[in-house]
Design a protein around this ligand. Structure first.
Ligand SMILES: CC(C)(COP(=O)(O)OP(=O)(O)OC[C@H]1O[C@@H](n2cnc3c(N)ncnc32)[C@H](O)[C@@H]1OP(=O)(O)O)[C@@H](O)C(=O)NCCC(=O)NCCS
Length: 155
């Protein structure tokens, strides 16, 4: 658990589902209910760890990190997959605390580095990541997979 002044960062559990759902809605838009958040959290078990930041008991931010084994090396590699702080709580060190919690877990699992994706146009996130020690590393590429309709699936 990470504590700084009145902010506590700890791993999310099923009991946090409604708070997590609210953060996911505000981060990604759309509608996420507590049952959906709980189901997604359960599906991450053993693959990815979610941290929540609380101020006065209210969830105000999240980070999420996966630390899979690595075919090319004996050490695992870590990937930060989510980072979000409610707008009214930004520039108060909460994003940094959420990163610290994710990095500490990665270190404890023997990962030696962390990779993350952020948008080319997300200047805020880029400034933040540079400030906490991250540098440009690779070009991310992306393709939307064509969906195969049931009729096309050959059994
Ligand atoms: C990126 C984000 C998580 C940062 O959270 P935060 O709680 O504001 O971060 P911190 O307060 O720990 O900031 C640490 C330092 O990062 C830098 N930083 C943070 N926000 C910044 C901004 N908008 N512009 C410039 N630098 C910024 C500053 O150097 C800051 O230190 P300072 O406030 O003493 O100057 C937050 O802005 C956010 O949730 N953004 C929307 C979601 C998002 O884009 N997530 C990343 C997806 S890849």
């Amino acid at each position: 658990m990470f504590v700084q002044r009145d902010v506590v960062v700890r791993q999310a559990s099923e009991a946090d589902a409604s708070g997590l759902a609210r953060l996911l809605e505000l981060f990604n838009g759309g509608s996420v209910d507590a049952a959906t958040a709980a189901r997604r959290l359960a599906a991450l078990e053993g693959i990815e760890t979610v941290f929540l930041a609380f101020r006065d008991g209210t969830p105000v931010g999240l980070s999420s990190i996966r630390i899979p084994p690595n075919l090319s090396e004996d050490v695992p590699y870590a990937e930060l997959t989510e980072l979000f702080v409610l707008p009214e709580y930004r520039r108060q060190g909460i994003g940094s605390l959420l990163m610290a919690a994710a990095e500490e877990l990665a270190r404890s699992k023997k990962a030696t580095s962390i990779i993350l994706l952020t948008g080319f146009k997300n200047a805020t996130a880029q400034s933040f990541y540079r400030q906490v020690g991250y540098t440009d590393y690779a070009l991310a590429m992306w393709r939307k997979l064509p969906q195969v309709s049931d009729a096309e699936v050959v059994s």
